[in-house]
Design a binder for this molecule. Structure first.
Ligand code: ADP
Ligand code: MG
Length: 620
């Protein structure tokens, strides 16, 4: 007999469970059944692919034994089972990144934590909401020795060898005094029906019932054992859509996601033709915590003719759809398809492509609050998609949304072009890291004045790379306002006159700033600011950030152009300024403050500060 310590994180989890912060205790039945079903899935696959098990007469099944005399509930399966190592690794440790980040995110605040559990579900450990003592008796298929794992859920567990005939797992639960309701056959039946009705294997309840024989004085009552199947035992996705209600889909999702949240939307399709397959996909209301982790868990399970193949293939959908949960069941893939070969499989590639289209169309159809929720949770990954998935670029561009200089909330390209200038067909945007900096950029002044909408793109490190790769949306060209001429009412001739008038000024500033700027010129794009910096539209590097990102390289710096506003008093006074020292200070201040307005760093911050102090002192 060996005593073990639970991993620290599990200790935390157990505490949370035993103090049952979670109001919905009944879900432990769902979680244990789901584990049994997974284990049967796994053995089912082995039986079909491994010579060793081919001959075995076996039908996957789950049995629930209710013993009201003993105050216990037993959930048993004839699935894959576990050996000693499995027990330590799977029940004594948290391996999954999802569960781990769940535990890491626990706050100690009871209310917040119980909400979190709702989102995550914690599998096996949920049993400690109701259990005083748990024994897991299990034997792994193909092995001789069976083991018993015992714990009272207070930090330690024990493993000892036992004997058991069949492979599979029995979870014996000694219920806490106050959890007797789970000894009612009616209660158990209700919970099974609610969450596990469409588990693919039969779930049979065994319970004692009083039975009276004889009549009057001869009547004797004794307890007899009864059995009853509690679920429909058909995999949900194989049921005709018309025979399913929204609630069926939602309950199935809760099992799949091990949580209590409803999905944002779901789509169920049976595809016939050259390739036959069924898909059932869900989009969660909140993005999984590991969405941006490299070791995220795939949410899609692959089945072949109802036989579970894998839930660990990240290629079943494009990576940017990694938030989707659900099932793909193919009729055409060979059962013994090797998991390694899946990725190069043509049938699967075809399923992936048509599933992707279908999911994107479902997203496009989301309305009102649901659409808002989707954007809030997943806009960034959609942008990843725009960058990665050229086949579906159009659809993705109809889904992605941005902030706007003229509208509240988030707008789509479609919204934009419905308001834009349909002669010019241009979509203006400014991209950077900080919404406030972008909104206050002097470059926006001319657009504000001309009443032209500009998209504000502030998804750090994403927009600046992704947006230039878009190029066009429905014949409308995307224009970065830091590189294009601003809208204004002046003619080319008028601009020419002004430029000549201030030529000696701009030349002099350029001389002082030297290589820091490519050019200094007058502009009509500003109203309240004296100067701004823009990228050189003719520079071959402008707008190529996405290409550098694709090659995994840093973007080389593009030279800036300093533009000054000839209508601004500061520029007009500067033009007439005699003091050459102050002129030089002002030239640098014009450049550095224009850079700051765009969220760029001045070349020399302390020099900038001392120049400002110098000039300000003079002004006082
Ligand atoms: P999850 O099911 O999400 O992996 P659980 O906490 O429910 O998380 O279970 C942890 C692991 O314990 C499972 O992944 C599985 O390897 C193992 N396990 C639990 N119950 C069973 C069972 N009835 N048969 C075989 N293995 C099981
Ligand atoms: Mg589980």
């Amino acid at each position: 007999m060996a005593k073990h310590q639970f991993q620290t994180e599990i200790g935390q989890l157990l505490k949370l469970m035993t103090h049952s912060l979670y109001s919905n205790k009944e879900i432990f039945i769902r979680e244990l059944i789901s584990n049994s079903s997974d284990a049967i899935d796994k053995f089912n696959y082995m039986k079909l692919t491994d010579e060793k098990f081919k001959e075995e007469e076996w039908i996957g099944q789950i049995n629930i034994n209710i013993d009201d005399k003993d105050n216990s509930l037993t959930i048993a399966d004839n699935g894959l089972g576990m050996n000693e190592e499995d027990l330590i690794n799977h029940l004594g440790t948290i391996a999954k990144s999802g569960t781990k980040s769940f535990v890491e995110s626990l706050t100690g605040d009871a209310k917040k934590d119980s909400n979190l559990i709702g989102q995550f579900g914690v599998g096996f450990y949920s049993v400690f909401m109701v259990a005083e003592q748990v024994d897991v008796i299990t034997k792994k298929a193909g092995e001789e020795q069976a083991y018993m794992f015992s714990t009272d859920g207070t930090g330690e567990f024990e493993i000892k060898p036992v004997t058991k005939e069949e492979h599979g797992t029995v979870v014996y639960i000694k219920l806490k005094e106050e959890e007797k309701e789970f000894l009612s056959k009616w209660k158990v039946a209700e919970v099974v029906k609610k969450y596990s009705n469409h588990i693919a294997y039969p779930i049979t309840m065994h319970y004692w019932e009083d039975e009276t024989t004889g009549e009057g004085d001869d009547a004797t009552t004794k307890k007899v054992k009864k059995s009853e199947q509690a679920n429909a035992a058909t995999a949900l996705w194989t049921v005709q859509k018309s025979n399913l209600k929204k609630e069926d889909y939602i309950e199935f999702y809760k099992g799949l996601a091990h949580g209590d949240d409803e999905p944002l939307t779901y789509l169920h399709n049976k595809v016939e033709g050259a390739n036959e397959f069924t898909t059932l996909f869900y989009i969660p209301k909140t993005a999984p915590m590991d969405l941006y982790r490299a070791d995220y868990q795939s949410g899609v399970k692959l089945y072949v003719k109802r036989v579970f193949i894998t839930d660990d293939d990240k290629e079943l959908l494009p990576t940017y759809l990694r938030f989707v949960k659900g099932i793909i069941d193919s009729e055409d893939l060979p059962l013994n398809v090797s998991r390694e070969l899946l990725q190069s499989n043509k049938i699967l590639a075809n399923i992936k492509q048509s599933s992707t289209k279908r999911i994107l169309k479902a997203i496009k159809k989301l309305k009102d609050d649901d659409a808002v929720t989707f954007t809030k949770q997943y806009n960034k990954v959609i942008k990843e998609g725009i960058f990665q998935d050229h086949t579906n670029k159009e659809l993705l561009l109809e889904i992605v949304k941005y902030k706007s200089s003229t509208e509240e909330g988030m707008v789509s390209f479609e919204d934009y072009i419905s308001r834009g200038d349909s002669e010019k067909k241009e979509i203006y945007y400014i991209a950077g890291e900080d919404e406030k900096v972008l909104r206050n950029s002097p470059l926006l002044e001319a657009y504000k004045k001309a009443n032209i909408e500009v998209l504000i793109m502030d998804d750090k490190e994403i927009d600046e790379i992704v947006t230039p790769s878009i190029g066009q949306y429905k014949e409308w060209s995307l224009k970065d306002i830091t590189t294009v001429d601003a809208p204004d009412s002046k003619t080319e001739e008028e601009k020419e006159v002004i430029s000549k008038e201030f030529k000696s000024l701009t030349d002099k500033i350029k001389e002082i700033l030297g290589e820091e700027v490519k050019e200094v010129k007058t502009t009509s794009r500003l109203t309240t600011s004296p100067s701004c910096v823009v990228k050189d539209a003719n520079d071959p590097m402008a707008g190529m950030a996405h290409m550098f990102a694709q090659m995994g390289q840093e973007m080389p710096e593009t030279p800036l152009i300093l533009e000054v506003n000839p209508e601004h008093a500061m520029i007009q006074k500067l033009d007439k300024l005699e003091n050459q020292d102050t002129f030089a200070d002002m030239a640098w201040i014009l450049l550095d403050s224009a850079k700051l307005s765009e969220g760029l760093e001045p070349k020399d911050k302390s020099a900038f500060a001392s120049r400002v102090a110098k000039v300000a002192t003079l002004a006082l």
